[in-house]
Design a protein around this ligand. Sequence first.
Ligand code: URA
Length: 217
Amino acid sequence: MSPDFICPDQACRQCARLVSFLEKNRKLYPDFFNAPVPSLGDLDAELLIVGLAPGLKGANRTGRPFTGDFAGDLLYGHLHDFGFSSGTYQARPDDGVRLINARLTNAVRCVPPENKPTGEEVRLCGQFLAREIKAMPNLKVILVLGGLAHNAVLSVLGQKKTAFKFAHNALHTLNWNGRTIRLLDTYHTSRYNVNTGKLTPEMFTAVFKTLTEALKA
Ligand code: URA
């Protein structure tokens, strides 16, 4: 399957606001990646992790989800500690980190101004998320970081939002196209959430324990 099918290519013009933000950043930061950030990991993985969108000076700079972002430190650390990655995360796309039985993506693939995609941008980019999920034959669990990713996944899977309320460490069971997929919620690993104590490392570890059990089931 062509990678463009599941990730917008550089020529994607669907979200005018995001396209103009990328163009502005290409001038301001010519060394940055400044394009839709492709997912990391294999399509035959059982786990898909969905974040919000690339951070301006993190994933939008490095070209790999969560890489160089504050939010990536806790995430890549846990991926390593729970056996979902090999190599040592060094916040660089060439650090040799490989995901194991996991794939990492974002609900919105282009960096949004102030880290806030609009509802329409989430909806438009959802076509890529939908195709990506369809292209994962072994998918068992989707771990969503934050309420926006939770709602984006429910939308692309045609599920009722009122039936599946976001709650930290909640594990939902979705029936989709004759398949059972578990949806696991966590607060986002953003600097704000971590610094305010909304998400502690212990709380994130608890989510990874739930995740490991859900994958075994
Ligand atoms: N970086 C990403 O790639 N996604 C997020 O949600 C946050 C930071």
